[in-house]
Design a protein around this ligand. Structure first.
Ligand code: ZN
Length: 154
């Protein structure tokens, strides 16, 4: 099976059987974003103890790319430290610009299968929607502000 076909399979699978779709009780942050160009709507809810994203869920409707991306994002971010989730969001954004390294892309799990979307400018927003919503959720958390001693940049 060609790699492109394999990626198509993964995207279709997430679209047909979305992971972590729905709502969560007592969410600490929620954001709904729209992509009017395509008609996508994605709502992200998450719970956090201040260190990790303990629960995450997505809801909404739209094209297969937007919905599959929300499922993949939820799957890879659930249970991860907030700092790591922030990194994954950044890597996904870089992948859409074609500037992420192979090593970085591998950290995205199934979401790596969306890298082909970078060739279709009109669909990038579809793929980015849930990651942007997650980013906004994290910023709404009291603990989501970047730490003072954040010196990871090299
Ligand atoms: Zn779309």
């Amino acid at each position: 099976m060609a790699l492109d076909e394999l990626y198509q399979e993964i995207i279709l699978d997430h679209h047909k059987r979305p992971r972590f779709k729905g709502k969560i009780l007592n969410a600490d942050a929620a954001t709904t974003l729209f992509n009017p160009l395509c008609g996508d709507q994605v709502q992200i809810e998450l719970r956090s103890d201040g260190k990790t994203v303990s629960e995450i869920a997505h809801d909404g409707q739209g094209c297969s790319i937007s919905q599959a991306s929300a499922s993949m994002m939820s799957e890879i971010c659930k249970g991860k430290p907030i700092e790591e989730v922030r990194e994954l969001i950044e890597i996904f954004g870089k992948m859409m610009k074609g500037t992420a390294t192979e090593e970085e892309q591998e950290r995205l799990g199934d979401a790596e299968s969306l890298k082909g979307v970078q060739r279709f400018a009109a669909r990038i927003k579809c793929a980015m929607l849930s990651w942007e919503a997650c980013d906004q959720c994290i910023k709404k958390l009291p603990e989501g502000a970047p730490a003072e001693n954040d010196s990871q940049e090299s």
